[in-house]
Structures are given as C-alpha cells and as structure tokens.
Design a protein around this ligand. Structure first.
Ligand code: TXA
Ligand code: MG
Length: 330
C-alpha cells in the first residue's frame, strides 16, 4: 500500500466485509464503522500497513494507535500482561467505548504504538467492526478515519470526504451511535488514569475501580466508597500528598477538606486552612492515626494526608496509609 497509488474508493455494506478482511490481510487500509466514530484500519502487526495509516491521515508519528480486537481472549496477541482490573472492566464495558492502555508485548511493532511500550486496546461494539476483525484474524490498528486535525467521522460520507482516492474500501454502517471517541484509560500506573474522557464516564469507572484519576489530574472515588476498601479506609475520600503545595492545591479543589500530617509538615500552612496533626515521631503518628481518621471522616468531606512513602522510619504507618488512600498520591 502506498500513497503514490490512487484508489477507486468503494463504499460498501456488509457484503464487503470479506473483501475488507482480505485487504487487511494483504497490508491494505479499510475504513469501518464502530459505535464511537469510523476507524481507519490496518493489520496492527504489519509495520508497512500501519505506516500507511499515518501517511493517509497525515498523522504525526508520535501519536500511538488503538488496536482493536474482537474478544478479550485475542487481546493477548498484543499485550504482555493483563491485570485483573482489566478483566473486571471488560466484563462491565466490553464490547464498548472503552480503550485500556496496557503493556505491549514484543510481537506488536513499535510503529503501532508510536515507539512506546504500552498499547491502547479496544473491543468495539459494532457488528460490522467485530465481523471484520474476526475475519481478518488479527488485531486492527485504527485511529479515527479523518485527516489528522479534522473532525472525527460519524458517517461514511465524512470518511469519503477525507479518504477518497487514498484507500480502497470504506465499509458502510450508517451514523455512529455514540458519536465521540472512546474513553481512554491508562492501567499501567499505580492508580488508573483517564487520558481521554468518553461515553464510559469517570463515575462509571470509579464504581468498578474504587478510585480513578480524571484527565485533569483530579482524584475521583466511587460513589459508595468503603465498598472496595476492606481495610483502613475512611468513609470519605482520602488521598496522600507529596508536598505541602500539592496538599494545598487539592484542598482548594475540594470543599470540606482537611490536611493531616506531622507538625513539621503542617507548620507553614496558613491558619485559615483546616489542618490536624498526627504528632511528630513515628510512635506518636502510629498512635494517633486511626483515631484521627475515625474522627475526621465524620467531620470533613475529604482527607488529604501527608505521604510517607519515602520516609524510612514511618514504614508501618505508610503501610496502613497506602490502603487508606488506595495508593493515590497528589
Ligand atoms: O473511539 C475510538 O477510540 C476511535 C475508534 C476508531 O475506535 N479511535 C480513535 O483513535 O479515536 P485515535 O487514534 O483518533 O485516538 C486515540 C487516542 C489518542 O489520543 C492517543 O494518543 C491515545 O488514544 N492513545 C493510544 N494509545 C495510547 C497509549 N499507548 N498510551 C496513551 N495514549 C494512547
Ligand atoms: Mg482521532
């Protein structure tokens, strides 16, 4: 496939799915409908084919592509490790408008992921897409099927506008149901992070994960916290703070918050900010921590607590607080 070639672009319905699968297997490009927007697909494991996606879209080569599969089982073709939370999320939201960022394996070429060691994986909820993927027998790398920088296509006519002459086949699927691109969730970090919001909302994710960081870097917890946490969890959201500055930032963003830490952590915080001390020595802090959390969860809506992860003598305290905060540090 080369852009030096001009194609007589066909727009065809389900009767063209076999033809689409054949083109994909031979390294060509096929645009296809998904429930979010139309995608511009290539065999994710064929470097040349993937490169031609970047060419056809005029897409910068440092922007990774999402790889689409027809089933959870097939995801293993591209991924080196699948955490348990991924299975939980797929159970709830797949097939559907959710892309999970996971560690890639060595089989998947680096061009597909724009040189990074993770890959976005999605199982689209559209019969044409699923059939095409199954028949091609591979993972399909597919960005939205627009020229880079243009509005994402929700009709085959939009794809035609941008891709006519550049690709051989556009599969027709009518207007896409959801109309905006999938939610992208990075599962390779300590706490899952939403990189792009979408139809699977932050709240829906928080209800499965307990805690998630939204695309603005704010922590969102499940509506019923306590549900997920069996140990040491207060009934209100609780996050760790690496520094006084980050504690104050989170404080400003959350009504009814309190900052908790050692005397030395709290000493420069202005008096108008609500704070409570754990004491100073490891012994004092351990003695006070649970009592204080019990008290504060009733009094405040949000607890920001000094992070002890890199403080050697406070390891036992940190061990408990890690569960309290779910490992979330701001
Ligand atoms: O709904 C959708 O996701 C559509 C349909 C076709 O599936 N696809 C789509 O692809 O919107 P694209 O390439 O237009 O957007 C993919 C987004 C980009 O913002 C990209 O940076 C991000 O996902 N992305 C992909 N892989 C990633 C990775 N490994 N790490 C972080 N971000 C990634
Ligand atoms: Mg796009």
């Amino acid at each position: 496939m080369s852009l030096n070639k001009t194609y007589n672009t066909i727009v065809g319905g389900v009767e063209y799915i076999d033809e689409g699968a054949r083109i994909l297997k031979e390294g060509g490009l096929v645009a296809f409908p998904t429930e979010t927007v139309y995608g511009l697909g290539a065999d994710a494991f064929n470097e040349r084919a993937v490169l031609s996606i970047f060419e056809a879209k005029g897409r910068p080569q440092d922007n990774p592509l999402i790889v689409h599969f027809a089933s959870v089982e097939d995801v293993k073709m591209a991924v080196s490790h699948i955490p348990d939370v991924a299975y939980k999320l797929w159970e709830e939201f797949s097939p559907g408008p959710l892309t999970l960022v996971l560690p890639k394996n060595d089989r998947l070429p680096l061009v597909t992921t724009a040189g990074i060691q993770t890959v976005g994986i999605r199982i689209p909820n559209h019969p044409v897409a699923l059939e095409l993927i199954k028949k091609s027998g591979t993972g399909i790398a597919a960005p939205s099927a627009n020229t880079s920088g243009r509005v994402s296509p929700t009709l085959s006519a939009h794809v035609y506008e941008d891709m006519v002459g550049k690709i051989p086949l556009i599969l027709e699927g009518g207007q896409t149901d959801i109309g905006i691109e999938s939610t992208v969730l990075d599962l390779t970090k300590d706490t899952p992070i939403v990189l792009r919001p979408g139809a699977v909302t932050i709240e829906m994710l928080a209800n499965v994960l307990g805690k998630v960081i939204n695309h603005k870097g704010e922590v969102v917890v499940a509506e019923a916290p306590g549900m997920k946490y069996k140990h040491y969890a207060p009934i209100c959201p609780c996050v760790g703070a690496k520094s006084v500055e980050s504690a104050l930032k989170v404080y400003a963003e959350n009504d009814g918050a309190v900052i908790v830490g050692r005397d030395s952590f709290l000493k420069d915080i202005p008096a108008c900010i609500k704070t409570r001390s754990l004491g100073e020595s490891p012994k004092e802090c351990m003695r006070s921590v649970f009592t204080l959390l019990r008290e504060l969860e009733k009094e405040y809506k949000y607890i920001i607590i000094e992070d002890f992860s890199d403080k050697e003598n406070y390891y036992a305290l940190y061990n408990r607080l890690k569960k309290t905060t779910g490992g979330v540090v701001c």
